[in-house]
Design a protein around this ligand. Structure first.
Ligand SMILES: *Cc1c(COP(=O)(O)O)cnc(C)c1O
Length: 369
């Protein structure tokens, strides 16, 4: 059996271990320390705007964004339906109500027209949404200028889930810095990893400081343990942040490798539908995704790749079709459900070899012949 080809696996650059060694040498084995401060600074420099709080996961960052936006029980929160469940679960942590919005065909992300319709309809029902979560799936920028204008017009805080989109920009501005809050993830499968981790990008140093405060059990300034807020244990560890510091040195290289995979897949398989990159967008191409003619062809290809020991995966199943979220409102049509039916994510790791990429292409070509 040939070796397994993974969808997206961790890829170390080499210097990560030195940052970890530094942490051991100084005995900074805690959810604070020089690597945490350094990683936050590296990220803020890279994004070129905003202040960053390093956290234990992207999900924790989404949760804190909702807390900082003062979302509470019974409030409604708009959320892109086409996403991973981690975008929507924190809405329920706050006992708030998700209101799901369909995607558009150009970027596969939230449809501005459906968002506008959803906001107007919820306001007409006397329930103005408290926040809006837009996702940049697979690294492709949503139409964030239009979505931001709609949210600003209605004075609704915008949370950008850029968990898959570190390294992507729209109109030259980093994703995660457009909204009132930006969310990053460094889970093992993301474009860079800290083994597990995330970050909240805030517009001001004060808000980032508030996020760090909430993430470390909300301890008031006092010699004893004094609390006037509900706190969380959401801070990133100094060991994980050491991995992150090393990964920042190779981020741009990893982005160009993933982009090269996408270019090569598209060139080798022009008969399939590929998500184009709009002129104002730069995608990190976290995962290369394509659409087949229908569900049957997609499944045929996926199972054929599986028989060749190649991992591939259907596109995200929309949240409004998930049993856990089925009872909540949905605005839009069939764009994201159609993407789910026909789409497949292909192996895209920055450590995918050219030989292995050829195995994937050959496998697909044979399956669709
Ligand atoms: C990975 C991911 C998250 C969650 O990040 P974790 O660090 O795994 O908690 C949230 N949203 C999207 C779109 C993701 O892909």
């Amino acid at each position: 059996m040939s070796t397994k080809i993974w969808l997206s696996s961790p890829h170390m650059g080499g210097s990560e271990i030195q940052f970890i060694q530094d942490a051991f040498d100084a005995n900074w084995i805690a959810p604070l320390g020089p690597n945490v401060d350094g990683f936050e600074q590296d990220l803020a420099n890279y994004l070129a705007s905003g202040s960053v709080a390093a956290l234990s996961s992207g999900t924790a960052a989404l949760h804190l964004a909702l807390v900082l936006a003062e979302v509470g029980p019974g409030d409604e929160v708009l959320c892109q339906s086409f996403t991973f469940s981690a975008s929507a679960n924190p809405i329920r942590y706050q006992q708030a109500i998700p209101v799901f919005v369909d995607s558009e065909e150009h970027t596969w992300n939230m449809c501005p027209d459906a968002l506008d319709e959803a906001i107007l309809d919820r306001i007409a029902q006397g329930k103005k949404p408290k926040a809006c979560i837009v996702v940049h799936l697979y690294g492709m920028p949503a139409q964030i200028d239009r979505l931001q204008a709609i949210c600003q017009h209605h004075n609704i805080p915008l949370i950008e889930d850029a968990a898959e989109a570190l390294g992507s920009t729209f109109q030259g501005k980093a994703l995660g810095t457009w909204g009132d809050f930006g969310v990053l993830s460094f889970n093992g499968n993301k474009i860079i990893t800290t083994s597990g981790g995330g970050a909240l990008v805030c517009p001001t140093p004060e808000l980032a400081q508030k996020a760090r405060f909430l993430a470390t059990q909300a301890r008031d300034a006092a010699p004893h343990y004094q609390h006037s807020h509900v706190g969380y244990n959401y801070r990133m560890s100094n060991i994980a942040a050491g991995i992150g510091r090393g990964q920042m040195q190779v981020l741009d290289e990893w982005v160009s490798r993933r982009r090269a995979h996408h270019t090569a897949y598209q060139a080798a398989l022009p008969e399939l539908d590929w998500l184009p990159e709009p002129p104002e967008a730069f995608s990190n191409r976290w995962l290369s995704c394509c659409l087949f003619s229908d569900f049957e062809q997609r499944e045929h290809v996926r199972l054929h790749l599986e028989s060749l020991n190649i991992e591939s995966r259907p596109l995200w199943k929309p949240m409004h079709l998930q049993p856990i979220f089925a009872e909540y409102p949905f605005y839009g049509g069939r764009v994201c459900s159609d993407l789910f039916a026909r789409g497949l994510c292909l192996p895209s790791g920055s450590n995918l070899s050219l030989d292995d990429r050829k195995r994937v292409v050959d496998g697909i070509q044979r399956a669709i012949k």
